[in-house]
Design a binder for this molecule. Structure first.
Ligand SMILES: Nc1ncnc2c1ncn2[C@@H]1O[C@H](COP(=O)(O)OP(=O)(O)OP(=O)(O)O)[C@@H](O)[C@H]1O
Ligand SMILES: [Mg+2]
Length: 365
């Protein structure tokens, strides 16, 4: 079993603080994904867990034991890097056995573990090849195999799929998910790709500039983003985020945009919105769709728009539109036969609207 705890973890390089007091609990057997833009501190956090980077202050514990001063090899974990880091002069078999040989594991056990792992990863026929004789995906599997033979209680992955082409990435993504079910280990997985994060994670940690913005299950983050950063980061295409002001009168509030466009704010019990407050309205593209004539449900609100750009993706269509001078992105199922310049009646599902405070960017509605 392996639980991890980060308590007030800070990392400084010289005088620059790059990780600002991170607190986080990782549960036993959890698949936790750290996601965030380049330079936000994902690798640094992971390398501190591995012991490859010193912790400037705070503690990291594994199963209740502080590991700050414990050598990497004694932490019971294995790390898989983006660039695989295989030994180029060794064949697959030796690459996979190397760590076990170093730790003086009996020969027979090494053989058994390597064979077992090679079978799981479909590497049986490649054991005598050198890394340069393998495809990117095969090398990636060897790198994973090398970590797996050590039977670690914690796996650390740092963008392991980023060197692969799109198709292989999807395939390996499924393999990693399967692997997690098989090995019963705790996994911390770093990526900057929110789709990878959504598809793999039990829980996602969104990191920005060395600060945790939000922690939650993929669907929690999608449905209830805590701030505009998470709202814009999770989900494809990104959520529409637009500046507006709260106007009207109590009980009949609306949003007013710079162009004069007004959109009603459905009443929600328990929320208090003050008149005149500057906000950012968030609405996902899929909540804005061409209106059906017969659709008069009270959930949706209809308005005339003009089509600017049409992006047909086959199974769905993205429409860039303007509504009274404000640009929105709409995403609809299937194909849409519309052209730039066409007028189009849209239906906005205002019950799925989010409001964020313009200054703090935190969610208020
Ligand atoms: N050895 C170092 N010395 C000084 N600054 C460093 C060092 N390593 C990383 N940094 C800085 O720390 C910050 C976090 O870096 P880190 O590599 O953790 O980012 P990341 O989230 O993994 O980014 P990417 O997605 O590009 O891999 C960055 O601003 C980076 O420039
Ligand atoms: Mg990194």
């Amino acid at each position: 079993m392996a639980e991890l705890k980060f308590e007030n973890v800070i990392k400084k390089y010289g005088k620059t603080e790059v990780i600002h007091s991170v607190n986080l609990d990782v549960k036993d057997k959890e698949f936790l994904v750290l996601v965030g833009p380049s330079g936000c501190g994902k690798s640094t956090l992971l390398r501190m867990v591995a012991g490859l980077e010193e912790i400037s202050s705070g503690t990291i514990s594994i199963n209740g034991q502080v590991v700050n001063d414990i050598a990497p090899k004694d932490r019971g974990l294995a790390m898989v890097f983006q660039n695989y880091a295989l030994y180029p002069h060794m064949n697959v078999l030796d690459n996979m056995s190397f760590g076990l040989k170093l730790s003086k594991t009996p020969k027979q056990e090494i053989q058994q573990r390597v064979e077992e792992t090679a079978t799981i990863l479909g590497l049986e026929d490649l054991l005598l090849r050198k890394p340069h004789e393998l495809s990117g995906g095969q090398r990636q599997r060897v790198a994973m195999g090398r970590a797996m033979v050590r039977k670690p209680s914690i796996f650390l992955f740092d963008e392991p799929l980023s060197n692969l082409d799109a198709k292989l990435r999807i395939q390996m993504r499924a393999e990693i998910k399967l692997l997690h079910r098989r090995v019963d280990s705790t996994i911390i997985y770093v990526t900057h790709d929110q789709v990878e994060a959504m598809t793999l994670a039990d829980r996602i940690v969104v990191l920005k500039d060395g600060i945790i913005e939000q922690v939650g299950s993929p669907l929690e983050l999608f449905a209830h983003p805590a701030n505009t950063f998470v709202a814009g980061f999770i989900g494809t295409p990104p959520m529409n985020l637009l500046e507006a002001k709260i106007m009207g009168r109590p009980g009949r509030l609306h949003l007013e945009f710079d162009s004069g466009l007004t959109i009603p704010i459905p009443e929600k019990p328990g929320t208090e919105l003050t008149l005149g407050r500057e906000v950012i309205m968030g609405i996902r593209a899929e909540e804005i769709v061409p209106a059906q004539e017969e659709d008069s449900s009270e959930r949706s609100w209809h308005i005339e728009a003009e089509v600017l750009v049409v992006e047909p993706l086959g199974n769905e269509t993205h429409l860039h539109v303007t509504i009274q001078g404000i640009k929105f992105l709409s995403k609809c199922e299937g194909r849409r036969i519309v052209s730039p310049g066409d007028p189009l009646k849209l239906s906005l599902n205002l019950n799925e609207m989010h409001l964020f405070d313009a200054e703090s960017t935190r969610v208020i509605y």
